[in-house]
Design a binder for this molecule. Structure first.
Ligand code: PMP
Length: 368
């Protein structure tokens, strides 16, 4: 009997089910802004009138605004439904069955999924214990079939970064492949490839409003690339991919510099406190340039699962990363403002004591 069947590349996709259900408590599990967006954005939302929602959304004016904010031209900018859509669009624009696409693992899960959905073969480049990307290793995995390379910088879930020179070396050595530098955590790091793209039409940079800006629920991201290449990406994109509510709020969110500055400052402070405490207590972690820290709380997947569960009972959600390559026994914890960090450090101490990890170590005492 004839039946409907999805394309083979979709049929064989691994399901991705982030643990989103029932997220009650302090949400340190998805790298969101843990305190919420700028109050000015909420004010802007309250000003919306029926007509704003009755009309199809128009991206153009906001794209020009974002371009000005970033110091690039409007034809270089595409607003997207989160960075997820930017990744999806790059896969749709540059990949076809038989092509190869390269990622450096562990990294953000959606690269692999969208690459596979486009029919490409995903080449996963492994890194060492320190999770540092090596341009040399990555370049060795490039073949004449490579059409897309996706690198998160800072990387998720490790928080590690790649030097600009290495990223440039990769983009220069692969003119036939699109190179995406995903700067979803840019604000917490401060270094960008945006200003390095001049002679590299294959280099794309993505940013998001989901992290520092506290707007993950609005779904808004930015893709920046060579204007000629962006014409092709736009062809693959829905004209209404970013909704009217998001478009209304983005200029307000961008204009509130003080909000972002203050939030980033608090997160960096919280990150430093946590890292100092972990160092003092001999807990292995990877120094992070993002709003989260990856740490090893045991030797097995059972250890990290037990840790996550004990933290959940204390009202704090964190993410088990044991199943990521090289991350056995690891959890990832998102940082927020100082007040959240204080509650986190107290709960961590109790959990360490309870599980017999780092006994007699006092996280609180080692704070600067
Ligand atoms: N890129 C990276 C590296 C991420 O960690 C995430 C979110 N976890 C995303 C992209 C997705 O961002 P957005 O919400 O803009 O789709």
């Amino acid at each position: 009997m004839k039946t409907l069947s999805p394309r083979p590349s979709v049929r064989t996709l691994p399901a991705y089910h982030p643990p989103l259900a029932g997220r009650n408590g302090l949400r340190f599990d998805f790298n969101e802004n843990t305190a919420g967006c700028s109050p000015r954005v909420i004010e802007r939302l309250r000003q919306l009138v029926p007509e704003d929602l009755a009309r199809y959304p128009e991206r153009g004016a906001v794209e020009a605004n974002v371009a000005e904010f970033l110091g690039v031209t409007a034809p270089e900018v595409l607003l997207t439904n989160g960075v997820d859509e930017a990744i999806h669009l790059l896969c749709q624009t540059y990949l076809q069955p038989g092509d190869e696409a390269v990622i450096v693992v562990p990294t953000y899960s959606m690269y692999r999924i969208y690459m596979m959905a486009a029919g490409a073969q995903v080449i996963a480049v492994a890194v060492g214990e320190d999770f540092r990307l090596s341009a040399k290793n990555l370049c060795e995995s490039i073949t004449s079939k490579t059409r897309l390379i996706a690198i998160a910088n800072p990387n998720n879930p490790t928080g590690t970064v790649a030097p600009q020179a290495e990223l440039l070396q990769i983009a220069r050595s692969t003119p036939e492949a699109a190179v995406l530098v995903d700067e979803a955590y840019f604000e917490f790091y401060g270094h960008t490839m945006l200003t390095q793209r001049n002679d590299l039409p294959n280099l794309f940079v993505a940013r998001t409003f989901s992290k520092a800006y506290g707007l993950a629920g609005l779904r808004a991201g930015i893709l920046v690339g060579d204007p000629g290449q962006m014409l092709s990406v736009r062809l693959a994109c829905s004209p209404y991919n970013v909704n009217a509510v998001a478009l209304a709020c983005l200029p307000t969110a961008l204009a509130d510099h003080a909000f972002i500055q203050e939030y980033v400052c608090e997160v960096r402070d919280s990150r430093a406190k946590l890292e100092i405490a972990l160092t003092a207590n001999g807990v292995q972690f990877w120094p992070s340039q993002a709003n989260f820290v990856l740490m090893r709380v045991g030797a097995t997947a059972g250890d990290s699962a037990a840790f996550v569960e004990r933290m959940r009972r204390r009202g704090i959600l964190i993410r088990d990363r044991s199943s990521d390559p090289g991350c056995l026994g690891c959890v990832r914890i998102t940082l927020g403002p100082r007040e959240h960090a204080n509650r986190l450090l107290a709960a961590l101490q109790e959990t360490f004591d309870e599980l017999g990890i780092a006994p007699r170590q006092n996280l609180g005492a080692s704070r600067p």
